[in-house]
Design a protein around this ligand. Structure first.
Ligand code: NAG
Ligand code: NAG
Ligand code: NAG
Length: 456
């Protein structure tokens, strides 16, 4: 009898555990929806009132306000006396914003998810909201629901997952500053602004990623992050598909959430136990659009492919940022980067989407060779063309029947060496399937399964 009762109790416990509790232990125990690890590549979009001055960075207001000389001078020489940051908002016009065109571009780039800034630290909301009076894109500037338009276009025209970025704090919001003056013993800002916004965004736009940021150095208890995520995972309309990052209050970064971002442009030295993401930006100095950016300030294709290959070999996803202009364009130089990247992805995708980390991440003999695996194949990403067309792979053990092919070209011959193998990459240049990096698919012969007869 006692045994029976405890069996029943443990059964109940199993059922009870299907709901997550508002604490990190419970929230972190949730298995990630599989789509995210398979996706590998997403696009980050920083768009807001900062896209109007489009000078310096998306931190424009903060730097200007704190007296940073180049920002102070910029405003003094270009705007009338008494100009305020709020005055920029009416010029956030978005007249060329076509969410269907953006969607086509992101599809062409090979992105499987996007993360759109809905509100940065400046507090401007890119959707009509009840809790940001006169400081949202419906009330001032575009007079449009920028978030809703992209969410709809993405869903209608692609299988890309829609995600949102949202800043918990706002630099200059008086309600936030009021809580701060009371040493965060009150939560007026969280209750009246941050949380209503997050619930509104999830209920209205059903994002599959909540990319939180801007904790202001305040704890996750103040932000009520655990309660929100518990609702997200248990009861929200996206409970089966959604993931969150790790920026939910001081002490959470690089520790809690569905995936870790740790720092901007983060790439760890070795694989991590938890899923992680490298959030990086094509403009080395800014996430928002900067009119004064020079060509040399942008990552080139070699830089981008190298970062991406390293990221996926180490088990990460890459979230690559573009900053649209105030009038809703993605400037041609960014468009070119995205389309070039997409072309390369199209050729080499079989070693990318849905791949896993292999036993070696980079080759033990030749630098700039990184690995992934999928099903029964190993993929070697060769970032630098080998001297004399002979590529030494120290991490690959040659075995009879092993085949090596360059994706998009065909099979290559190889021979065993004292360490690993040497692959003959003597290929006419016109036959190369792509630029920037080439992918070798290595397949071992299936092992014969010995049949054993069991004699009774
Ligand atoms: C937006 O772009 C799509 C695709 O190019 C086009 O078919 C559509 O007419 C555009 N919409 C507007 C309002 O310009
Ligand atoms: C704003 O409030 C009104 C009235 O309470 C409600 O009908 C509407 O759905 C709310 N809007 C959003 C975006 O939540
Ligand atoms: C492999 O990568 C690690 C980490 O980036 C690096 O320290 C090491 O030198 C690389 N090995 C080779 C052979 O390039």
């Amino acid at each position: 009898m006692i045994i029976k009762i405890s069996w029943l109790a443990s059964l109940l416990l199993v059922f009870a555990e299907c709901r997550y509790e508002p604490n990190w232990d419970s929230l972190d125990s949730r298995p990630n929806p599989a789509w995210y690890d398979e996706a590998k590549f997403g696009i980050f979009i920083h768009w807001g009132v900062f896209s109007v001055p489009s000078f310096g960075s998306e931190w424009f207001w903060n730097y200007w306000h704190s007296g940073s000389k180049s920002y102070v001078d910029f405003v003094k020489s270009n705007y009338r006396p008494g100009w305020t940051y709020a005055d920029f908002a009416k010029d956030f016009t978005a007249e060329f914003y076509n969410a269907t065109q953006w969607t086509e571009l992101f599809k062409d780039a090979g992105a499987k998810y996007i993360v759109l800034v809905t509100k940065h630290h400046e507090g401007f909301c890119n959707w009509p909201t009840n809790v940001s009076f006169n400081w949202n894109s419906k009330a001032v500037g575009p007079n449009r629901d920028l978030v809703g338009e992209l969410a709809n276009a993405i869903r209608k025209n692609s299988d890309i997952h829609f995600g949102i970025y949202h800043s918990l704090f706002e630099w200059f919001n008086p309600i936030y500053l009021g809580d701060k003056a009371r040493k965060f013993q009150t939560q007026e800002f969280v209750n009246g602004k941050t949380m209503p916004e997050l619930y509104e965004l999830v209920n209205n736009y059903k994002p599959d990623i909540i990319w939180s940021d801007g904790d202001g150095g305040v704890t996750y208890k103040y932000w009520k992050s655990e309660e929100f995520i518990a609702w997200l995972f248990n009861d929200s309309p996206v409970k089966d598909t959604v993931l969150t990052n790790d920026r939910w209050g001081s002490g959470t970064m690089c520790k809690h959430g569905s995936f870790l971002t740790c720092a901007d442009r983060y790439v760890p030295g070795k694989p991590l136990k938890k899923k992680w993401e490298n959030a990086m930006t094509i403009d080395k100095h800014s996430w928002g659009y900067r009119r004064e950016a020079k060509l040399e300030d942008l990552l080139n294709m070699e830089d981008i492919i190298q970062l991406f290959v390293k990221t996926i070999s180490l088990g990460g996803n890459m979230l690559m940022n573009v900053g649209p202009t105030h009038d809703g364009r993605i400037a041609p130089i960014y468009e070119e980067r995205l389309r070039d990247f997409g072309q390369w992805m199209k050729v080499n995708q079989e070693g990318i989407y849905g791949s896993k980390i292999w036993t070696s991440q980079n080759d033990s003999l030749t630098s700039d060779v990184w690995y992934t695996k999928k099903n029964d194949a190993v993929y070697a990403f060769v970032l630098k063309w080998p001297n004399n067309n002979q590529l030494a792979l120290g991490s690959v053990i040659g075995r009879q029947g092993m085949t090596i092919e360059m994706i998009g070209y065909g099979s290559l011959s190889w021979k065993s060496a004292s360490r690993g193998v040497i692959v003959d990459m003597n290929i006419p240049a016109v036959k190369l399937p792509c630029r920037w990096a080439w992918v070798l698919k290595i397949k071992y012969p299936r092992r014969k399964i010995m049949k054993m007869t069991v004699i009774n």
